[in-house]
Design a protein around this ligand. Sequence first.
Ligand SMILES: [Zn+2]
Length: 282
Amino acid sequence: MLAVPGCGERDCTECTSDTPQLCARGHHSGIGQDGFNALYGTIDVRGAVHVPGGVTPLQAAVATDAVLTAYHAITRRAEVKKHQTVFLFGLGGLGFNALQVVCKAIGARVIVSDIRQERLDAAAQLGVPLEDIVPVGKSVQEFVAEKRLTIDTTLDFVGERQTFEDAQHIGETFLPDLSLDLYAGSADLGNSFNSVRIAGKMVCVGTLSPNNIMHMKLGVRKRLSIIFSYGGQREDLEGLLELMARKIIMPQVEEGHLRDFPRWLQDLCDGKVRARVALTPN
Ligand SMILES: [Zn+2]
């Protein structure tokens, strides 16, 4: 089920603005309110979604958050299209699902970056060409410049200061001199401009660093769109479950027991959890 389906009332600003996941009035199952760990509970029927055959309960459990958030960010906020090239920061619990949405469901080219070799290996196993994988320790800007890539959209599932900087700056060696008057030299921009392209998008989902720096002149000069994304909606959940039933999206999930919750929490803090864990009561 969808944790936050919204209230659906006509006088609700969020629910009538296509952002029911931000509705404060409706029931929030397991997010700020009890509801997900009880053996029995009442739910808002508007949040109940049919799980198609072929999707296991464990997969369905992670679909409602880790896949949903990635899917919504990519399809509804970034609006990634098949002909585009996307740069993806972070292949963790959400990012690895994002990778599958971009390269499997949409079919767009995706360049991936992570500080863990094991996650990059997993991306390669999924079918990402080695030439589209930034080696651990390699400068993102250098990689993009050397490959002469034009990135339409960055998807940041990390949100560290470094990834936010990289998203703004990749390919800056090819930028025209930004110290020039803001509107001088515009004719040169089309030549070897090689970065998050002019009028490109930066989509932010990860929040590891509470504060990041936005370079105003860079953003204005490139007419960047910086877009934030949060959660997802019923139609998203139905769409991605269908993709999971067809094995196009296969979320990584480990199974654990609820009684071991403290140990799983410690493993999470120690960075030992690769993607997502679903804890079952029996
Ligand atoms: Zn509402």
